[in-house]
Design a binder for this molecule. Structure first.
Ligand code: MN
Length: 752
């Protein structure tokens, strides 16, 4: 792990050492503030007194570490206190009220926000009662999505909440090795997909880099080690190379820009990983593993230094990027160029002002670090940096599908950007892979809605054309009324902004059509899933579902399906489950075996992935405990259980007409019930045969449910006997005893 570039020098071995380190970083805090931090430390130590982390360390080490990270970001007193107390409400008896009394309103609000983010229910609201058809991975996804939504809401209220949350995640990632393997991977994945992009968007580079590197080290340890080894191997020679170049640049630059500061840096392991595995380059092909950074006072000096660099070294064409005139979406600004050094070794040069540097390193946190205050300094910059939070929340409002937000973070936030121009020379930054439609909607929703085509650099392009940096894109619109976007566009567009605006248009303009489309889709899906309801049942059934989707009427529900706000296929499992419940209520119970005692698994059968569902034993084969069994999801009568060998069960399930309806089932180990079993006895008829048989069964305390006899053509007699048995062994002993009766020639269990 030694190659993870740790942003903060914050190792400590005991709480006292940690606290001293924390205080040493709070040089600019007033006496009162320091006292408050001390009080928070004592308060948290007391609250977590008897808790330890998985590492075995006292729990307080964690909030301390988080506070240290927050302090080194230069955050304010309330943030440091919130970091110290962030786990108290969740894990101990402390309440938000206690914190408000002891530490004031701001700290209490921050801790409250942090606690809310964490409080994801382990199951979706009412899932506890009816988790029957819910797939656990989907439940997990929904929880994650819900959690992210909460995070965005909290961020929108006070951005400090998310900064503390990022620090919390950072320390948890540093100590992830104490978790079991599976959890480690899950957490690492969530970190790289969600938390690192958020850190990136907020511009807090050290946290983003470390989160990414730590994630990769857990998700792909082999590749990670390879990169670290390569870096290690090359480090000395490259370091010398870099030192030499740095020196030469510094000398030349200072002739014109006297206080230019020149330094070198090594790309993060994750950055190298991305280039190696996503752009398929080998280690030596990555130009910017080593970079020289020049920091100057003014923008003019930046361009002056660029001139010097291009004069000293040969620039590689196509590698110059001017992020000063076109800042990245997270407001990152710098000039980037890659040049060839001695022996043809390429390296990257980044040139920026101190102010840009501040933004590049601390992002939104720079406000506190540099005492700009949330309303002071460049609040316009902050506004723009946070606008994506609002945008996300705004887009999400139109979508009833909470998972959209996860996808948005995964696409909008992670991808690189391209810069495209309008014919008037206005520049727009778009996620890579954006189409001309995305561009049209980025200009204005009306431009998107009226778009009929596009020209790129003067030439007509197809509507799914993906724009590239530097292209001039002209959107062709039509003023014809009511044409509007095509539904197919939803599958073409890349940005959530365009997607939600298209949906909005459909929602607004095409209500009648949407209702019709939605209704037709509902009917189709119901048919496909064998949901059959009478007319009286249908409306209340659908009303219930509509209310659950926050629709006021069934028509609203149809409309939402129609414009794509609700995905019916995603709702189907839950609807099927409702349907099962309904039919269970309305229909008389289907031929149930005599239930003697109730056990946990009703009927003594466990159906894979389903609890508490209606189970019936098929009449064709009357399964007995001990038989290999299989379940079949019937149309509205729960699951019917067959023996695996039953003639009604296809030999190869994958060849069955509806393979998805066959599900695995097992006997509960403690099955206590008795089951009916029908035996066919072929006998030589004699006086007293039936009496012998019934006498023997009485001796065995077996209950005869049914008995009938039928003469056969060859002068023998078939006796059909239905008895209650508790399993295969019971059956075997019974059969043996029956076979011993004089005249009984053969015994067969019917139905299998
Ligand atoms: Mn924590």
């Amino acid at each position: 792990m030694r190659n993870v570039p740790k942003a903060f020098d914050d190792k400590f071995k005991s709480p006292q050492e940690g606290f001293d380190l924390l205080i040493s970083q709070l040089g600019e805090f007033s006496e009162d503030e320091l006292n408050a931090v001390k009080k928070a430390y004592e308060f948290a130590s007391e609250a977590h007194k008897n808790q330890t982390r998985l590492s075995g360390e006292p729990y307080i080490m964690h909030p301390l570490a988080v506070s240290v990270i927050i302090a080194s970001l230069g955050m304010d007193c309330a943030s440091v206190i919130a970091a110290m107390l962030h786990d108290t409400v969740e894990d101990t008896g402390v309440t938000v009220e206690d914190i408000r009394t002891e530490f004031g309103e701001t700290a209490a609000e921050l801790v409250d926000g942090l606690t809310k983010i964490k409080n994801v229910p382990t199951k979706t609201e009412d899932a506890a009662e009816d988790a029957v058809w819910l797939d656990p991975t989907r439940v997990k996804q929904q929880q994650q999505a819900e959690n992210i939504r909460k995070m965005l809401l909290a961020m929108n209220k006070d951005i400090r909440v998310i900064i503390v949350k990022l620090a919390d995640r950072l320390h948890n990632m540093r100590t992830l090795m104490f978790k079991p393997e599976q959890r480690r991977r899950e957490i690492a994945l969530e970190t790289i997909e969600i938390y690192a992009p958020i850190a990136h968007r907020l511009g807090i580079r050290p946290i983003k880099d470390e989160l990414e590197d730590l994630s990769i080290s857990y998700l792909d340890p082999v590749a990670y080690k390879e990169i670290c080894d390569s870096l290690e191997k090359q480090s000395r020679s490259r370091r010398e190379f870099l030192d030499d170049i740095q020196e030469r640049i510094a000398v030349r630059a200072r002739e014109i820009v006297p206080n230019a500061q020149v330094s070198g840096r090594i790309k993060s392991a994750h950055g190298i990983y991305r280039k190696m595995y996503m752009q398929n380059k080998n280690f030596d092909q990555i130009y910017d593993i080593y970079a020289v950074r020049i920091i100057v006072d003014t923008v003019i000096d930046c361009y002056n230094c660029l001139g010097i660099i291009h004069d000293m070294f040969t620039p590689i064409p196509g590698r110059f990027k001017d992020y000063i005139s076109n800042p990245k979406a997270n407001m990152y600004q710098s000039l980037h160029t890659t040049v060839l050094g001695r022996e043809g070794i390429p390296f990257e040069v980044q040139i920026r002002t101190w102010e840009m540097h501040r933004t590049a390193e601390y992002g939104i946190a720079a406000h506190w670090k540099y005492k700009l205050g949330i309303n002071g300094g460049n609040s316009d910059l902050d506004e723009r940096r946070l606008s994506w939070v609002r945008q996300l929340l705004e887009n999400q409002k139109d979508s009833e599908d909470v998972e959209d937000i996860v996808n948005t973070i995964k696409t909008d936030l992670v991808t690189e950007e391209v810069y495209v121009f309008t014919p008037k020379g206005e520049v727009f930054s778009m996620p890579m892979g954006s189409t001309v439609i995305d561009f049209a909607y980025a200009i204005h929703s009306e431009v998107g809605n009226k778009m009929v085509g596009a020209k790129v650099d003067g030439k007509i392009v197809p509507i799914d054309y993906k724009v590239n940096t530097g292209e001039i894109v002209e959107i062709i619109t039509s003023s014809q009324q009511g044409k509007g976007p095509s539904r197919d566009w939803l599958n073409i567009v890349k940005t959530s902004q365009a997607r939600s605006k298209i949906k909005q248009w459909y929602k607004r303009e095409k209500r009648e059509e949407n209702i019709e489309t939605g209704k037709a889709e509902t009917e189709r899906e119901f048919r496909r899933n064998f949901i059959r309801l009478t007319d009286e049942e249908f409306t209340p059934f659908l009303e219930k579902i509509a209310v659950r989707q926050h629709c006021k009427t069934v028509d609203d529900f149809y409309a939402a399906i129609g414009y794509g706000g609700i995905s019916l296929t995603k709702l189907m499992p839950r609807i099927k489950e409702d349907y099962l419940k309904l039919t269970k209520l309305n229909e008389p119970p289907v031929i149930k075996p005599p239930v003697k005692k109730k056990t946990k698994s009703k009927e003594g059968v466990i159906v894979e992935g389903i609890d508490n569902c209606l189970i019936k034993f098929s009449r064709c084969c009357n399964p007995l405990p001990g038989d290999e069994i299989i379940g079949f999801i019937t149309r509205g009568h729960g699951v019917s259980i067959h023996t695996r060998k039953c003639t009604n069960v296809p030999e190869d399930i994958s060849e069955a007409a509806e393979p998805e309806r066959w599900i695995k089932a097992y006997w509960d180990k403690n099955v206590k019930e008795e089951f009916k079993c029908t035996l066919q006895l072929t006998c030589l008829n004699r006086i007293g045969l039936l009496a012998d048989i019934s006498g023997m069964l009485a001796n065995m305390h077996l209950n005869i449910n049914e008995i009938s006899t039928r003469p056969t053509k060859d002068g023998r007699v078939s006796i059909f006997l239905t008895v209650s048995l508790n399993g295969i062994e019971h059956l075997n002993t019974t059969v043996k005893k029956l076979e011993a009766i004089q005249g009984v020639l053969a015994i067969e269990r019917t139905g299998i």
